[in-house]
Ligand binder design. Structure first.
Ligand code: SAM
Length: 218
């Protein structure tokens, strides 16, 4: 039986979905994705009892699985229709990667730390998700071979918007990235329109740093 069907977390998962609704998430397709993906498979076994709190949790190697509300907010902003080609930078636990497979057609994901990428691959496999294309590397360079992308999501804080990610955005595509210093950032949405790139500043956020050629040095 797929781990996704493990019954004991069902109540906690429903309560998390209600909490996301109370906090303003309205998209039924996003909420359904949260119902379909077992977050407890993406957190360390010792923290499974906390998997359905609306909180970030440590996943090892100094990194975190983001707060569910943050994932929900990203996905609601993207308003995916199921046909898109999506690039995720910062696979981390793989939880958002799994949510993306419920909402878009092609999902590509890059993680800098090989052991985390491997953990995520295992968690996705346990959930029966085998069509994500993953790579270990510097996501600030994007993944030009598979682009352009209808959506690019960056799950780590960047001092600025990496130019390669703008270059790899399809016409009409959107990029979501937290921009700022190491302590506080603002989520920024960039749309590639007919007149060029439109930049919209959104909510304040707090993420681990994006480390790479077009990110922080270390
Ligand atoms: N959405 C993920 C989750 O909830 O599990 C986010 C995980 S964490 C907040 C951000 C991840 O970005 C970390 O796993 C970190 O190693 C990764 N990261 C940082 N810089 C990166 C880079 N240049 N390329 C790819 N991944 C990077």
């Amino acid at each position: 039986m797929a781990a996704a069907l493990t019954p004991q977390y069902g109540g906690a998962r429903r309560r998390l979905i209600e909490e996301l609704q109370r906090k303003g998430i309205r998209s039924l397709t996003v909420l359904k994705a949260f119902d379909d993906v077992p977050r407890h498979e993406f957190v360390p076994t010792g923290l499974r009892h906390r998997a359905y709190e609306d909180a970030p949790l440590p996943i090892g190697y100094g990194q975190t699985i983001s707060q569910p509300w943050v994932h929900a907010k990203y996905l609601e902003l993207l308003d995916l229709k199921g046909t898109e080609r999506v690039l995720e930078i910062g696979t981390g636990s793989g939880f958002q990667t799994a949510l993306l497979t419920k909402l878009a057609r092609h999902v590509f994901s890059i993680e800098r730390l090989a052991p985390l990428a491997e953990q995520a691959r295992e968690a996705l496999r346990r959930c029966g998700i085998d069509h994500v294309i993953q790579r270990v590397g510097d996501g600030t360079l994007g993944w030009p071979e598979h682009g352009p992308y209808d959506a690019i999501l960056v799950g780590a804080a960047s001092p600025d918007v990496p130019q390669p990610l703008l270059d790899q955005l399809a016409a009409g595509g959107q990029l979501l990235i937290p921009v700022g210093d190491r302590d506080t950032q603002q989520l920024v949405r960039i749309r590639r329109g007919p007149e060029g790139f439109e930049r919209t500043p959104l909510d304040a956020m707090r993420f681990v740093p994006l480390i790479g050629h077009h990110g922080f040095a270390s």
